[in-house]
Design a protein around this ligand. Structure first.
Ligand code: NAD
Length: 391
């Protein structure tokens, strides 16, 4: 008899399709067997598109009552709170995509429900499984740069216009802002590498480029946009057409953070850069590291830990080898981890409390940038939730 974890998809959009590639492995641990999407046609056609049988359900309740063990919640961000609480109440193991939700208050509601129901809540922060991030963490943890003190992340979102300004992401009602949607990844990594959470943040940001591009009409917005056949031909960013009818999120933001342990970090995000990658540098008491490339072959981590007079090649160059399976191998690895967790619990690399702090810092930064850059406190998580997840 098969021991496969039976998985239901809540939402059948872009992320559901990419996660299904790594989750569906009949006879080898998991099958994607059921789906619910508000777009009933998308749900009904899922099996045909995927090439294996998938039962489509007409309501979320019907999906949660089906013969499944776990769900992947891959709906727009503003629905995460409602969908994850319903799935936890149904007693299912929950893989919840980042950002955990679109406010710290919503995250706390999810954490409370998981604690009360002793639910299995897992956060899909796949960047923690990216080989370049893991290599940076190993180098820092080895003491090669002394004590980490300052971290900077520059996020060049080269396909920002295509991915984040053509649908619900561009509308604050659904994403709150792109410091949540995209920044939650990197704020989580900055916290993880520095071993602490943000307590105070300030930010500035603007909608600088995508405010004037032609938009779809409200009537057209039900028709999902398709990435152009050759997205690279849409250049410069002003050439992009068919943006979301509502565009009220920033396309460029800069955040500075002080962390509880006295370290500092900054995060810069720009959605009209020609290239798409992230550059981190961490400066410690005895050195500095920096990645060149992130999920491509040829990525390296440069380590300088001797004194130099000017720019000189790194003292140590650590090559990083991306793996197959999406996001440099992170998607395959995070799904392996989630399936083990769904089966038997146990320690994992991602953290619901950390995911909550990424949202709380993004929220405080977004409030700061929308009110003149005043510093904001990041509200701490509730002690009972912290203790529950520490266990
Ligand atoms: N970790 C990653 O690398 C990564 C990458 C991409 C997206 N994501 C996350 O995955 C989530 C989904 O993003 P996406 O790009 O797939 O979005 P998408 O718009 O492509 O898909 C969302 C799907 O949810 C469906 N939906 C909307 N309202 C619904 C409802 N009330 N009930 C059920 N289904 C509903 C839509 O019809 C659509 O099919 C987001 O939270 C996003 O942040 C994570």
């Amino acid at each position: 008899m098969s021991n496969d974890v039976k998985i239901g998809l809540v939402g059948f959009g872009m992320r559901a399709r990419s996660l299904t590639k790594v989750a569906h492995r009949p006879g080898l641990g998991a099958v994607v067997s059921d789906v619910f999407d508000i777009d009933q046609d998308a749900a009904r056609n899922a099996g045909q598109e995927l090439g294996f049988p998938v039962t489509a359900h007409a309501t979320l309740e019907a999906l949660l009552a089906a013969d499944i063990d776990a769900v992947l919640i891959v709906t727009p961000d503003h629905l995460h709170v409602e969908h994850s609480i319903a799935a936890l109440r149904a007693g299912l193991a929950v893989y919840l995509e980042k950002p955990m939700a679109i406010s710290a208050e919503q995250c706390d509601q999810i954490l409370d429900e998981a604690r009360r129901s002793r639910g299995r809540l897992y956060l899909g922060h796949n960047m923690r499984h990216m080989p370049f991030v893991r290599a940076m963490k190993e180098i820092i943890d080895s003491g090669a740069i002394g004590e980490p003190k300052v971290a900077w992340c520059r996020h060049f979102v080269g396909h920002g216009g295509d991915y984040y300004f053509r649908d619900w992401h561009a509308d604050r009602r659904f994403s709150s802002g792109l410091l949540f949607q995209k920044g939650a990844h990197d704020i989580d990594i900055l916290h993880w590498l520095m071993g602490s959470y943000s307590s105070r943040v300030a930010a500035m940001g603007q909608l600088m480029v995508y405010g004037d591009n032609p938009r779809r009409s409200v009537e057209d917005v039900e028709t999902p946009w398709r990435l152009d056949d050759n997205p690279l031909s849409a250049w410069p960013p002003a050439a992009l057409r068919e943006l979301n009818p509502v565009v009220d999120v920033e396309d460029s933001s800069m955040v500075i953070m002080t962390l509880d342990n006295g370290t500092m970090a900054s995060y810069q995000q720009c959605h009209f850069s020609p290239d798409y990658w992230r550059s981190y540098t961490i400066i410690g008491t005895e050195g500095r590291i920096e990645n060149i490339g992130d999920v491509e072959e040829g990525t390296v981590i440069n380590v300088w830990n001797k004194r130099h007079y000017g720019y000189e090649p790194a003292d140590l160059v650590v090559p990083v080898h991306p793996e197959p399976g999406g996001h440099g191998g992170a998607d395959a690895r995070i799904m392996d981890e989630f399936l083990g967790f769904a089966r038997s619990g146990g320690p994992v690399e991602t953290s619901p409390i950390a995911a909550r702090y990424a949202v709380a810092a993004a929220e405080a930064a977004t409030q700061s940038l929308r009110s003149g850059g005043e510093p904001r406190q990041v509200p701490p998580a509730r002690q009972e939730d912290v203790s529950y997840f520490a266990d």
